[in-house]
Design a protein around this ligand. Structure first.
Ligand code: SAH
Ligand code: SF4
Length: 334
């Protein structure tokens, strides 16, 4: 817990074991300073006046028929953000965290995009999402094994806080989640991709590409007007050269928009140097004008990529019945 609580305690000259007591209290899911009874009462009171025990507070929770959990959380200034915990076999869980409250990039298929810009979350507001989710997972004898920055917001517009939160959840004193199980997804914020090259934790980078030509991509994702496909892919190649890691390409299949065989050919051409891994994503309805690609078209798209030597994986939609699936994280009542 490399954060303001420990620095405050240190600043007050409190011994190190006090910091440990606070960490333990947070790990056991204690929600308020009042209940941290391992600390003397006057210290609890003093702390409660200057710093929250948790920076985000669960406000509502919904559970999907597939076991996915979605929380709506409140920040101290009353903003609503969401985290989603996706259930896998053997007690593993993937947590999808928010990095901003809202998003300024306005992608047309994304529910968060319709909220407009919010504010950057602090590193603790991000890592607290992970601690709270891990507490919930532990109640089911499970643990957060993977963290993806695929909730609300564009993480690479908020790199300082995102990198700090990653350091925290990756560290053995934090949640000890391995770097390869952490993914940062970007809509193509090029300065942030460049910053990722110097980030010392070898997390995965995912680019939300979603189209293989600039006209279609600009229509879906206004950020493409600023950094068109060629620019963003060359940033990914720079990143690949520097780090030796493959970049994951996310491609959302939308019927008659980007899912034709010709689109698949164009995509294969763009990625033909083979330094990418393609993840095909099913569309989750957000009330906009789009429809997900039907299974037959998805199959043909994938086959075309395979013919070109790219072996895409298909991301199944989870938690759709509770509006927890990717792109549905608007401020709906949970
Ligand atoms: N801003 C970042 C990360 C958050 S969005 C980004 O855009 O990459 C996480 C992922 O969900 C992105 O790949 C995004 O394109 C995808 N997504 C957004 N709306 C969606 C929808 N309606 N159905 C499926 N995926 C969606
Ligand atoms: Fe923002 Fe990502 Fe949604 Fe686009 S897809 S509006 S970048 S959260």
């Amino acid at each position: 817990m490399k954060d303001d609580i420990s620095s405050i305690l240190k600043g007050w000259g409190e011994p190190a074991y006090r910091i440990k007591q606070v960490e333990d209290a947070r790990r056991t899911g204690i929600r308020s300073w009042e209940d941290v009874t391992t600390l003397p009462k006057d210290l609890r009171e003093k702390l409660s006046e200057v710093v929250p025990l948790w920076t985000v507070t669960p406000d509502a929770v919904a559970e999907s028929t597939d076991g996915t959990l979605k929380w709506r959380l409140r920040t101290h200034d009353g903003l609503a953000i969401e985290s989603v915990l996706i259930k896998h076999a053997r007690g593993r869980r993937t947590l999808c965290v928010s990095s901003q409250a809202g998003c300024a990039l306005g992608c047309k298929f994304c529910a968060t995009g319709t909220m407009g810009p919010g504010r950057d979350l602090t590193s603790r507001e991000i890592s607290d999402q992970a601690y709270l989710a891990n507490d919930a997972a532990r109640e089911a004898d499970a643990r957060v094994s993977n963290v993806v920055f695929m909730g609300m917001g564009e993480p690479l517009q908020n790199t300082a806080a995102v990198f700090d939160a990653v350091r925290e959840i990756h560290s053995p004193e934090g949640l000890g989640i391995s770097a390869r199980q952490i993914a940062i997804s970007t809509a193509g914020w090029v300065p942030g991709i460049d910053e990722m090259m110097d980030f010392e934790v070898p997390v995965r980078l995912a680019l939300s590409l979603h189209a293989a030509d600039d006209a279609t991509r600009s229509q879906l994702m206004p950020v493409n007007n600023r950094w068109p496909i060629a620019n963003v892919l060359s940033a990914c190649r720079r990143y690949g050269d520097r780090t030796g890691r493959r970049v994951f390409i996310e491609y959302l299949l939308l019927e008659e928009i980007n899912d034709s065989v010709a689109d698949a050919k164009r995509l294969a051409e763009l990625l033909r140097d083979g330094r990418f891994h393609v993840n095909l994503i099913e569309y989750n309805a957000t009330g906009g004008p789009y429809r997900g690609s039907p299974q037959e078209r998805r199959r043909r798209f994938a086959e075309e990529l395979e013919r070109a030597g790219l072996y895409p994986s298909m991301r199944r939609s989870r938690g759709a019945d509770i509006a927890a699936a990717c792109g549905q994280l608007a401020n709906s009542p949970a």
